[in-house]
Design a protein around this ligand. Structure first.
Ligand code: KG4
Ligand code: ZN
Length: 338
């Protein structure tokens, strides 16, 4: 079995999976400590990871009904992410590996998101990956594990960050993405025509900060907002995001069709992949281009240790080596992986 820890941001998560990839136990503890600050406070997050891990590690073993003697490999997220949290999770997982005389595998958080979709779907390589999280907005061609070809990335904010900042302007709690989605359900999506930065560019880079500023300017015209206004702002904002993601995804599909004969899978992963309206629009797009679309189940869209264990299992099966000396990396892009 594989034991995994994820502590790269503000979720503290542990999981045990077997070598067939079945999840035996999985705990995700969302840190509530940050809500009143409207964003993650790194020092508070690291301290909370220490506290929470002490509680959930024994729970994870109890739920799986196993002890350390059944664990063949220990792993943790070693980056990218907040260095304090990465150090906590990595030191704990490495200590467990050393104490039990077992190997330790360093896992890249983004690879966890990228492969999470294979936990519940039989997705074959190669595929296009739209990675939409709180820290990243990127488009890749994934040829196989360890081969990630970056087609485009955000030049400023990530899409999740933009959702969270706009949600804060609208008076919603952190993280605000899911609250915007909920309010948008009853709003008019063309009530405001917010910008869609870089939508006409032919490259695959994204930009969201201009949209965020436009929202701020419009919201600041009002002394206070009523429910209807919040719903309309949410719906119009979300529509801008959808239009951008759809346009860039279409460019990626057209590029891939030309470059990689036979490619027909499109994967959306990361916390923002929980958004149903985004998934619905990308599903239609994929249908138009005869691509199959895949996304992880809701429970595995956000940060979680099951996807870290899964990425570790894949690496182990491919013969990748353990590395107890690996130092956590706040920045660690997918195309640096082998
Ligand atoms: O992947 P993730 O859990 O963490 C990172 O690796 O960054 O992504 C978190 C992001 C947050 O910005 C959160 O607001 C966003 O995912 N998110 C959503 C939704 N659920 C989570 N954004 C839009 N709609 C949602 N339903
Ligand atoms: Zn993540």
């Amino acid at each position: 079995m594989i034991f995994a820890i994820e502590t790269s941001c503000d979720e503290t998560s542990t999981a045990i999976i077997d070598l067939e990839g079945n999840i035996l136990s999985h705990i995700v503890a969302n840190q509530q400590e940050h809500e009143k600050f409207g964003g993650v406070v790194p020092e508070i997050a690291s301290r909370a990871h220490i506290q929470i891990l002490q509680r959930i590690i024994p729970e994870t073993f109890k739920k799986a009904g196993v002890s350390n003697s059944s664990i063949k490999i220990y792993c943790s997220t070693c980056g990218p992410g907040l260095i304090g949290g990465l150090l906590v999770g990595t030191i704990v997982a490495k200590s467990m590996a050393i104490a039990n005389n077992k190997p330790f595998y360093p896992i890249n958080h983004l690879e966890g998101h990228a492969l999470s979709v294979q936990i519940n779907n039989n997705v074959k390589f190669p595929f296009i990956l739209l990675l939409i999280t709180g820290g990243h907005t990127q488009m890749y061609i994934v040829k196989e594990i360890g081969s990630y070809n970056l087609l485009g990335t955000t030049i400023d904010d990530s899409v999740g960050e933009c959702f969270d900042k706009v949600a804060k302007m609208l008076g919603m709690p952190y993280p605000g993405g899911k609250h915007i989605e909920l309010k948008a359900l009853n709003g008019i999506k063309n009530k405001y025509n917010f910008p869609r930065p870089l939508i006409k560019n032919k490259n695959l880079d994204f930009s969201f900060s201009g949209l965020k500023t436009a929202m701020k300017i419009e919201i600041n015209k009002h002394n206070s907002l009523n429910q209807k206004q919040i719903e309309n702002f949410s719906a119009s904002f979300q529509q801008s995001i959808i239009d951008i993601l759809e346009k860039k995804s279409e460019l990626a599909i057209e590029y891939a069709k030309n470059k990689i004969p036979g490619i027909n899978s499109f994967v959306v992963a990361g916390g923002v992949a929980a958004n149903k309206s985004i998934k619905d629009s990308l599903t239609l797009l994929c249908k138009k281009h005869k691509f199959k679309i895949y996304y992880p189940p809701l429970s595995l869209c956000g940060d979680n240790a099951a996807m870290i264990a899964w990425a570790c299992l894949k690496r182990y099966k491919l013969g990748y080596k353990e590395d107890i000396h690996f130092k956590p990396r706040p920045r660690w892009s997918l195309n640096e992986l082998k």
